[in-house]
Design a protein around this ligand. Structure first.
Ligand code: ATP
Length: 407
């Protein structure tokens, strides 16, 4: 069902900080929807508005056709799982889970039955009589989810629920969350700043920046077709080139002049015109590197360059290749059958190439919001507010200086 949970023109300010700016969003029934963005972009505020812990300055929240904007939290069919779990330390796991139905005045028999159902769901019957201090972080998280789900909410809000767990446990919990979601089938709204979590769990993602939504889409849409430089830079790594459209063709492609490189061919689904300034985004894994020059092809961009840096990451090696004034980041998987030749080394002369349809033209990076930037805490909190380092023509947008491999 479409339009199950709808945010209409929601805004929320704290003193002079505009945490949420006129956000409109529609979430479908039963989907896992993630709010993803850098620290301070307003995702928790949006979640708190939905839960009823905050009242919006403007706008409405509609749940299943009912306006819930003015309802207190306990009257909304919405429950929240907090990052800190917020379990009652003096109560057993069973009593923690039973808390909601007890407050609702249900009978002892009903409560026992519902708690057993929840213990089945999270597979924690054996630990039911322990206290929270006697179970692991992942188990606490499962109890927190059970304690929320026992209230039979229409929407489960999850505020960075995996942030306190180590990497392996986070990966396991992602699978468990997905399984729990499959079993209960209700709408999950998941807040995270971790793109991997959002990409692997969500049906759709809203990428947020500075209180507004940059893009809503499936993980594939967000990664493969970012609509803005911010999204391209925030989701995964990307290379940015600055240029200007010099010619457009009928087949949705355009020629771009990039100072210091010359002309490249790029996908032009936005119908940008001759003379338009553009940012071109190319993902590192879309760039091929070889020691021999690739065969000319109208749809292939081919540049020569020098390996300036490389980092072995286990599954792949990251290379930084300088071509003219530009430094490209690219990634080569360690798959023996893909290794057409000996791997490139430091200072090697190489050819890099990518297909015209693997690069996207984006509008120039949006200027930072002045009002937000007057507040020092926000400047620190919003790494996305830094423009990609296109001025010095080092185009690896999110990379700090790569660690140097020993020559
Ligand atoms: P994080 O990932 O760090 O939790 P976030 O994207 O969830 O960040 P919010 O917590 O929604 O961001 O905060 C958005 C902005 O509003 C931030 O600048 C934050 O400092 C500010 N803010 C949030 N809550 C309050 C509050 N109660 N009083 C004042 N400012 C607040």
């Amino acid at each position: 069902m479409k339009d199950f949970l709808v945010f209409e023109n929601l805004s929320k300010s704290y003193a002079n900080i505009k945490a949420v700016k006129n956000i409109s969003l529609s979430i479908n029934k039963g989907e896992i929807f993630s709010l993803l963005g850098p620290s301070g972009c307003g995702k928790t505020t949006l979640l708190r508005l939905c839960a009823g812990f905050e009242i919006p300055d403007t706008g409405r929240i509609i749940l299943n056709g009912t306006d819930i904007t003015a309802l207190p939290p306990e009257k909304r069919k919405v429950n929240t799982v907090f990052q800190s779990y917020a379990l009652f330390p003096h109560m057993t796991i069973r009593d923690n889970i039973a808390f909601g139905p007890k407050i609702a005045g249900k009978s002892k028999k009903e409560i026992e039955h519902e708690v057993d159902e929840m213990l089945d769901l999270i597979q924690m019957h054996d630990e039911a009589d322990r206290k929270p201090s006697q179970i692991s972080g992942g188990q606490k998280q499962r109890v927190a989810i059970a304690r929320a789900l026992i209230n039979k909410p229409q929407v489960l809000l999850l505020d960075e629920p995996l942030a306190a767990l180590d990497l392996k446990l986070r990966q396991r919990m992602l699978i468990e969350l997905d399984q729990i979601h499959d079993e209960v089938g209700i709408t999950f709204v998941f807040v995270t700043h971790d793109q991997t979590e959002a990409m692997s769990l969500s049906d759709r993602i809203a990428v947020m920046d500075k209180g507004h939504i940059e893009q809503v889409g499936t993980p594939v849409e967000i990664y493969e077709s970012p609509v803005s430089s911010f999204t391209a830079a925030f989701i995964g790594d990307t290379n940015f080139l600055d240029g200007q459209v010099t010619q457009t063709f009928d087949d949705n492609r355009a020629e771009i002049n990039v100072p210091g490189i010359g002309t490249i061919i790029c996908y032009n689904d936005r119908k940008l015109k001759e003379g338009d300034p553009v940012h071109v985004s190319i993902r590192p894994e879309k760039i091929h590197m070889s020691k021999t020059e690739p065969e000319e092809n109208r749809k292939l961009n081919i540049l020569s360059g020098t390996v300036e840096n490389m980092v072995y990451t286990g599954t792949s090696t990251k290379y930084w290749v300088r071509s003219g004034e530009w430094l490209f980041t690219l990634q080569k998987l360690h798959m023996r059958y893909l290794l057409d030749e000996t791997p490139a080394k430091w200072d090697d002369h190489v050819w890099i190439s990518w297909h015209a349809d693997d690069c996207y033209m984006l509008e120039k990076y949006r200027e930072a919001d002045e009002q937000l930037l007057t507040l020092p805490d926000i400047e620190e909190a919003v790494p996305g507010s830094a423009s990609p380092s296109s001025n010095n023509k080092d185009i690896s947008s999110k990379e700090s200086a790569p660690a140097k491999e020993k020559r």
